[in-house]
Design a protein. Sequence first.
Length: 419
Amino acid sequence: MTFLAVGINYNTAPVSVRERLSFPADILESSLKELWKLTDISEAAILSTCNRTEFYCTTHSANQQILIDWVAENKQINASDFAPYLYCHTDSSVFRHIFRVACGLDSMVLGEPQILGQMKTAYQAAYDAGTLGKRLGKLFQHTFTAAKKVRTDTAIGSSPVSVAFAAVQLAQQIFDKLSEQTALLIGAGETIELAARHLTQQGIGRIIIANRTYDKAHALATQFNGYAISLSELPMHLAEADIVISSTASQLPILGKGRVESALKIRKHKPMFMVDLAVPRDIEAEVEQLQDVYLYTVDDLQHTIDQNMNSRRLAAAQAEEIIDTQVDYFMAWLRAQGAQSVILEYRTQAEQSRDEALQKALSLLNSGVSAEEVLYRLAHNLTNKLIHTPSTQIRAAAENERHELITAAREIFKLPTSK
């Protein structure tokens, strides 16, 4: 049985190819069952995200062409349209690859944690579809263990590498308690959504979201129990904000020095922390001249992000060492599975000998033989039965000069080395 992983990701294929090989949740179960029915496939799981689609299988022949042909048929596209972008791993290479993916070492943003949740979703989908077996199921469980160990033993996820996260981290350094602060977020795009999520996770007291399109502001505010306003309402609410984070596509500044100065007067010069993540800028540079304003731009945060990325790279090197060890552990478990059938057969044979000896002992008891005599005969007969075959085989090994078997017997039975 061979482990096989075939896939594409953001490094190997453009989005125009990746989107054609996407397996959304509503078709995942049926697709898994179709894949699993292929003659050569014993177990199957599919990981599908915006940045990658990967197929994990155990197969009889490790023939990736069978998988490629199935994908082409399933997606109704020519194999030549996507095959050049594929990568393939087998056995230990599969283990290393899936561990690295789950740990975020193969992600667009090094060390990002979302991929582990997506990996768990892929496992659950395969489990629910009934396409997991003992080996692939164990690989996923070991993958989660490896990812947890990397998160626990390294700093790969502790340093923010997005401007939104860096902005929130900076706010935490300025304000003792975010729970007592009000954040005004200007925009409704991905960066503002991330900022809202990070602020919520850190226990921000109140969120106001302002956007040119009120409906978009309202939709985003609803997710975070916030309050939505239109940009035209900014002057009325700016003074409420202890934290201002802005990221829009406006070609002109949204907040000028005069407007911020007016808000500060209403606030009685209570400090205001402002982060301008837009290019071109949303907040006039002159705002920085005002007392009681801490204004940061995306360039100011970039230095923090670069430092944090270097920290993640160092952590990634530690993570690779952990993964090396985890690959060895899983391969040891896999090798041990080859002995399971031998152990089971040997146990069955021993239990059969035990049952036969026990029946004879019970017959002797029923015929009136003393219990002491029966116990003696039971021990004697059972010992003879258990050692007869190994003794015969060891003797034959010696006669045929198969010294390695004699050495193995000493190790298996933990016998002292002869002098």
